[in-house]
Design a protein around this ligand. Structure first.
Ligand SMILES: [Zn+2]
Length: 60
C-alpha cells in the first residue's frame, strides 16, 4: 500500500513513463517519493534468528 507523503492519501497514480513517478489524485503531489506501508507481514523479523545464541546443543 502506497501513501502520498503530503496528504497521506492512498489515491496515487503510477506514471511509469515519467520514470517511477507517482501522482496523488487528492493534492496533486507528483514525485518518486511515496510512503510504503507493508501490510503487517513481518518480513524483517528473520534478521535476529541467525544469532545462534540459544542453541545449547552440546555436540561434544
Ligand atoms: Zn496527496
Amino acid at each position: 500500500m502506497k501513501h502520498c507523503p503530503r496528504c497521506g492519501s492512498k489515491h496515487l497514480n503510477y506514471l511509469p513513463w515519467l520514470g517511477e513517478i507517482y501522482e496523488c489524485r487528492e493534492c496533486g503531489y507528483r514525485g518518486a517519493l511515496v510512503i510504503e506501508d507493508e501490510d503487517r507481514e513481518a518480513v524483517e523479523d528473520e534478521d535476529m534468528a541467525e544469532d545462534g545464541d540459544g542453541d545449547g546443543d552440546g555436540c561434544m
